[in-house]
Design a protein around this ligand. Structure first.
Ligand code: KG4
Ligand code: ZN
Length: 351
């Protein structure tokens, strides 16, 4: 089975081709065009610029992905696109393109929830470490979402906790801005933290040690703003603050994930895997911490390579493979949905 996937929900234009041979996924092509340069002058993503850039580039990206995969367009068995959540202009560009292709090729269209695509990446990336079976516990950490989810099957997700204010990625992005490190903040903080002393500044760890699996990150930016005092600090202070931010975010994520593991062990004793996905899961410090957390509880840690953590179309194509494999396809009347929570069961008639 071969699926073409299209991702246009935010500021990455992406097209990919993913196959499933037997049980195993195979990424045949994975092209991502970041719009960073277009948005950089504005200090954040401008929705109208994003939509127009998707429109400009998507054609060539799809042609490039099909060429990389060394297939003919007609060889694909289905066309999948992110239909939400995200910026509506981009979602309309991607889903319209996918529907047009599906119609022209007389192949099914699959409307993919972008969060579900992140959530299924541990299965896409399974290689030497082994295949990731359901159920698994997932820490989903992206720019807009921070959730702990028990993944029991395709379309069967139970949210155990979420953030009460900022997402983890947002915390990286906002503190990076305060430190003059630019956007996206996660990779910038990670780079700056390398030479820093994480012990110099004490930053808050809200909810730490309390029950439940919710998160809170907004206190972090307030604390960083107070320490920075409204000016860009000297480079040593920036490094120390970046290291402290990275540590505080990881501490909070690990603390809440430990609670989720206790729930997961009780309710899914057959589960073997703690997984992470989403852009923040690209963070090396966080990954090390999650490896040892999983080991403490006798679980295996699984996370896709960093390039599959941040937004990409291979994850959309893979979600398309998983859904199409179960007969979950959509009509051409399926709408793009700026809001589309993952914890409601995602069935064939959705969206
Ligand atoms: O999943 P993603 O690419 O897009 C969304 O669906 O939101 O996640 C983007 C987020 C941004 O907040 C970015 O700063 C963060 O992931 N991020 C990282 C790293 N790479 C990306 N955060 C920490 N460390 C990284 N290496
Ligand atoms: Zn994403």
């Amino acid at each position: 089975m071969i699926v073409l996937g299209i991702e246009t929900s935010c500021d990455e234009t992406a097209a990919a081709v993913v196959a499933r041979r037997g049980d195993r996924p195979e990424i045949l092509a994975n092209r991502v065009w970041s719009q960073l340069a277009e948005h950089a002058p504005y200090g954040g993503v401008v929705p109208e610029i994003a939509a127009r850039a998707h429109l400009d580039r998507l054609d060539a990206l799809i042609a490039g992905a099909v060429a990389d995969a060394d297939i003919a367009l007609d060889d694909v068995d289905a066309v999948a696109a992110a239909a939400g959540p995200g910026l509506i202009g981009g979602l309309i560009v991607g889903t319209s393109m996918a529907k047009g292709l599906a119609w022209a090729l007389d192949k099914p269209f699959v409307a993919v929830n972008h969060l579900e695509a992140h959530a299924l990446t541990p299965r896409l990336a399974a290689t030497a470490a082994g295949w990731v079976d359901f159920p698994y516990l997932l820490l989903l950490v992206s720019g807009g979402h921070t959730q702990l989810i028990a993944c029991a099957g395709v379309g069967d997700y139970r949210q155990l906790g979420t953030t009460r204010d900022d997402a983890a990625g947002e915390a990286f992005d906002k503190t990076a801005k305060l430190l003059g490190l630019g956007y996206p903040g996660g990779p910038a903080i990670e780079r700056a933290a390398r030479g820093g002393n994480p012990g110099r500044f004490a930053l808050p760890r809200p909810l730490r040690g309390r029950g439940g699996c919710d998160f809170s990150f907004s206190g972090l930016k307030t604390a960083v703003r107070q320490i920075a005092g409204g000016e860009t600090p000297d480079s040593e202070t920036v490094a120390d603050l970046a290291a402290a931010v990275e540590l505080a975010i990881a501490d909070t994520l690990v603390d809440r994930t430990a609670n989720a593991i206790r729930w997961f062990r009780e309710h899914h004793p057959e589960g073997e895997v703690l997984a992470a996905a989403g852009g923040v899961a690209a963070n090396a410090h966080l990954r090390r911490r999650l490896v040892s957390l999983a080991a403490d509880f006798g679980l295996r840690f699984a996370a896709p390579a960093p390039a599959l953590c941040t937004d990409n179309a291979a994850m959309i194509a893979w979600a398309g493979v998983e859904r199409f494999g179960l007969g979950l396809v959509n009509g051409f009347d399926a709408a793009a949905r700026p809001r589309w929570p993952l914890d409601t069961t995602i069935g064939a008639e959705e969206p």
